[in-house]
Design a protein around this ligand. Structure first.
Ligand SMILES: [Zn+2]
Length: 180
């Protein structure tokens, strides 16, 4: 599992236009979908959810995109992050709060510490398959938001996943923001 450092900043330090003119929206997992899964008590893999009290902290929480704190009630659950079905919509492990987490402190963006982490950016095309020739391995210290923005300027990319560089675990999902 990755180990992003704690971030609860509210200053909106990450701009949405660092490189790209494309408005992007970044989220961990959909909070209403997570609430339904937690209420059901069965994860996306059909496994019973087994909450535990975190004794050490530093689990990378996907509900709020920060690390857990010692004493948090959390669970490791199987999750299918893609909004469609198909062969590429695999299910994998994520760590979440089992209480009523309010989500990331800054909606639609990555917390600064997460933004600077090394990550594999995995794009998916409109055909709902991985766009293998556009996968990026971003080193630590760069801006994931900027890289995601560049990828999403390509209309041949619909969604970008941030994936842990070693385990491939789902970290976040990004897409073009809906115009209002
Ligand atoms: Zn949370």
């Amino acid at each position: 599992m990755p180990a992003p450092s704690e971030s609860r900043q509210h200053d909106g330090a990450i701009g949405l236009h660092i490189v790209s003119m494309t408005d992007i929206e970044i989220q961990g997992i959909d909070s209403s979908a997570l609430a339904r899964v937690l209420d059901r008590g069965i994860d996306s893999g059909g496994n019973p959810i087994e909450p535990f009290t975190d004794s050490d902290g530093s689990w990378p929480l996907r509900c709020c995109l920060v690390d857990s704190q010692s004493g948090d009630r959390i669970a490791i659950i199987a999750w299918s992050p893609l909004p469609w079905r198909g062969a590429y919509a695999e299910t994998g492990p994520i760590v979440v709060h089992v209480g009523h987490c309010s989500g990331p402190s800054v909606k639609g963006r990555l917390p600064p510490e997460l933004d600077a982490q090394p990550m594999t950016l995995r794009p998916y095309g409109p055909d709902h398959r991985i766009a293998y020739n556009k996968v990026r391995h971003v080193p630590g210290g760069a801006s994931l938001t900027a890289h995601v923005g560049e990828l999403l300027e390509d209309q041949g990319i619909e969604i970008v996943h941030g994936r842990n560089v070693t385990g491939g675990c789902f970290s976040f999902q990004a897409s073009r923001a809906q115009r209002r």
